[in-house]
Ligand binder design. Structure first.
Ligand code: IPM
Ligand code: MG
Length: 365
């Protein structure tokens, strides 16, 4: 019998539904070619969930996710929900999903495809050959630390507080994931912190250093986050695997993404120690182009490939998707965000159609 997987789809907001539709078609086509069966179930998250239920992450969504083999998420958020109280904002739904599924490890690869070098805002000689994996801690640090809130002090002044906190256990588990990923890559791990100022970073650095002897094949280095931001733009090829805390990872992964030309190309995987992972593009919901058939579906499709590789252990299917993406780019198809001279500009649906023909035509060895 062909292997069968139950997948939860969280299309979310903005361009989410459009790019998700492409990913579903791609998965179905790959399933047909490689004899895999996917059972899709959609659930609500973000603004779409707020409209339907009042909550950005309804309890049923979390249950459906927990019961599935993997979760494919598109994007959440939009201007119309920006003024709501924090507990009802789309972003809160995403954070609750990460916490609820225990997804402490966020993998964000930034690989420059040769076809897209000219789409980068940096010079060809700077970005050529860039292949970085950002490993971001996702369920701790300042995003989740307490106390947090806006308080009024005794003298009537407002005071806003967030807390950046890590325990040794939280640091060690993300550290181990990062070392293991570095082992499978070019064996260089750079840990990013702010240990010259923050105690939480001092502990981070000490724990990473203490883990290193367990991975003698990996060389560990440390950078302060300000320097890391500069080095990413100055000489990105020096990096193989980066590991960092939740907030620093949020910022550095956007910078790393832009090296590759468009944040519209980059997938991500969020993994826990057990249970389903969540696979989603690094980009957001792009409400300005939603519903106009202009979105780039490739990050969503590449997220489906990461899901097959890291979550469902189907490397051949992941390869097929990645080859199809390479092929459509070789054929010159570009959405607006990655358009350059001499290429053929297409919309989201036409990019999807091109991917389907590519999947049908690739030889499977
Ligand atoms: C990301 C996003 C989220 C984050 C937002 C939408 C809460 O920027 O996934 O990088 O800050 O983690
Ligand atoms: Mg971000």
């Amino acid at each position: 019998m062909s292997p069968s997987f139950s997948l939860t789809l969280l299309p979310g907001d903005g361009i989410g539904p459009e790019i998700m539709a492409v990913a579903v078609d791609v998965l179905t086509a790959v399933g047909q070619r490689l004899d895999l069966r996917f059972k899709f179930q959609s659930a609500l998250i973000g603004g779409a969930a707020i409209e339907a239920t009042g909550s950005p992450l309804p309890a049923t969504t979390l249950e459906i996710c927990r019961a599935s083999d993997a979760v494919l998420l598109a994007a959440i958020g939009g201007y119309q929900w920006d003024q709501l109280p924090r507990s009802q904002r789309p972003e809160t739904g995403l954070l609750a999903l990460r916490a609820g599924l225990g997804l402490f490890a966020n993998l964000r690869p930034a690989t420059i495809l040769p076809q897209l070098i000219d789409a980068s805002s940096l010079k060809r000689e700077v970005v050529e050959g860039v292949d970085i994996m950002v490993v971001r801690e996702l369920t701790g640090g300042i995003y989740f630390g307490t106390p947090r809130g806006i308080f009024t002090t005794e003298d009537g002044q407002q005071r806003a507080i967030n807390t950046m906190a890590y325990t040794p256990g939280e640091i060690d588990r993300i550290g181990r994931v990062a070392f293991q990923i570095a082992q499978k890559r070019r064996q260089q791990l750079c840990s990013v912190d702010k240990a010259n100022v923050l105690e939480v970073s001092q502990l981070w650095r000490d724990r990473l250093t203490a883990l290193a002897p367990n991975y003698p094949d990996v060389s560990l280095s440390h950078l302060y986050v300000d320097n890391a931001a500069m080095q990413l733009i100055r000489y990105p090829r020096q990096f193989d695997t980066l590991v960092t805390s939740n907030l620093f990872g949020d910022i550095l992964s956007d910078a790393a993404a832009m090296l590759t030309g468009s944040i519209g190309m980059l997938p991500s995987a969020s993994l826990g120690s057990s249970g389903p992972g969540v696979y989603e593009p690094v980009h957001g919901s792009a409400p300005d182009i939603a519903g106009q058939d202009q979105a780039n579906p490739l990050a969503q499709v590449l997220s489906a490939a990461m899901m097959l590789r890291y979550g469902l252990d189907q490397p051949a299917a992941a390869d097929l998707i990645e080859q199809a993406v390479t092929k459509v780019l070789d054929q010159g198809y570009r959405t607006g965000d990655i358009m350059s001279a001499g290429m053929t500009q297409v919309g989201c649906q036409a990019m999807g159609a091109a991917l389907l023909s590519a999947i049908d035509s690739i030889n499977i060895t």
